[in-house]
Design a protein around this ligand. Structure first.
Ligand code: CP
Length: 325
């Protein structure tokens, strides 16, 4: 594994290595001294061409907890606003001597472009590209599911090597614009879970029938199948208005048909968890009652994101792997 670009590129063994390493990282994070020396002397650049709260901050926290130096680059306020290209930006960073790049970009394929050229020769970690991929989100979601749906099933650490066989995950909402949905469908299938995608026809991409997931327009019917986890997707209104709108009649109507409200939450099996990658549109795809309920793992997903990103940075950037204990 030289780069982390795409959930589909990962073999099951690689996914399990990432999840098990993240468990080892998480075990170090309850200590008073959270820092590990494993990336001392390395420099990681966070190259963010698109807004982010969770991913940017957790990659920064992860790199710092591994003792790396972190350079945060935001396209806003940089020479990108003067027209500087991705190539020139990458080569400028390379000239400063860096060891890894975390990139988020609105253009699908931008991280792959960086990884496939000679502009920069360091590991590239995809932090979300357009509507294409968000592999570390899928990994942190799988990590969270493994903790809740296997073993003690109470959110405590999962046993090494555990997959998600036999579990059924329902992913609901704006699949069309969601890199989270794409990455999750791929990774969940690698781990042996079955997936149902639920969305209005206007929010399903062309070719979704080839993703290997069941597709439904009916959220209540999907809930009646007693899934183990339901993942609500953010309605990406910024991408919809850029496309001229018209994807659903009104926010009220969307919430009525596809929102996770109290009634639907109570119809879920008792053990089922409620997930959302954030940021949430409360009252649209998810009600506050569901988002803030004891079965919601939304904030745990954020916590687990730091462990997953520590694992990814460690496995890609550390030369000789040291003991994590
Ligand atoms: N889930 C996620 O990618 O959130 P951010 O956009 O805040 O990073």
């Amino acid at each position: 594994m030289k780069h982390l670009l795409n959930a589909k590129d990962l073999t099951k063994d690689e996914v399990l290595l990432l999840l098990d390493t993240a468990e080892a990282m998480a075990a170090t994070q309850d200590r008073q001294m959270k820092k590990l020396p494993v990336l001392r002397g390395k420099t990681v650049v966070n190259l963010f061409f698109e807004d982010s709260t969770r991913t940017r901050i957790s990659f920064e926290a992860a790199a710092k907890r591994l003792s790396a130096d972190v350079i945060n680059f935001s396209a806003k306020g940089s020479s990108v606003s003067k027209g500087e290209s991705l190539k020139d930006t990458a080569q400028t960073l390379d000239a400063m001597g860096i060891d890894g790049v975390v990139i988020r970009h609105s253009a699908s394929g931008a991280p792959h472009r960086l990884a496939s050229t000679d502009w920069i020769d360091v590991p590239i970690l995809n932090a979300g590209d357009g509507t294409h991929q968000h592999p570390t989100q899928a990994l942190l979601d799988a990590f969270t599911m493994r903790r809740h749906l296997t073993g003690a099933k109470d959110g405590s650490p999962a046993a090494d090597g555990t997959d998600l066989s036999g579990n059924h995950v329902v992913i609901v909402g704006d699949v069309l614009h969601s890199r989270v949905a794409r990455s999750n469908v791929e990774l969940l299938q690698t781990l042996g879970a079955t997936v149902t995608l639920v969305a209005p026809p206007t929010l399903l991409p062309v070719g979704v029938e080839n993703w290997g997931a069941k597709v439904s327009y009916d959220l209540d019917a999907a809930i009646a199948e007693e899934p183990d986890a339901v993942m609500m997707l953010r309605v990406q209104r910024e991408r919809m208005s850029a496309a001229g709108g018209g994807f659903f009649p009104s926010p009220l109507e969307y919430h009525r048909v596809y929102g996770l409200d109290r009634v639907r939450m109570n119809a879920l099996p008792e053990h089922a968890i409620i997930m959302h990658p954030g940021p949430m549109n409360r009252g649209l795809e998810i009600s506050s009652e569901a988002a803030d309920s004891p079965r919601s793992t939304i904030l745990e997903q954020v916590t687990n994101g730091v462990s997953i990103r520590m694992a990814a940075l460690y496995l890609l950037l550390a030369g000789d792997k040291e003991s994590l204990s």
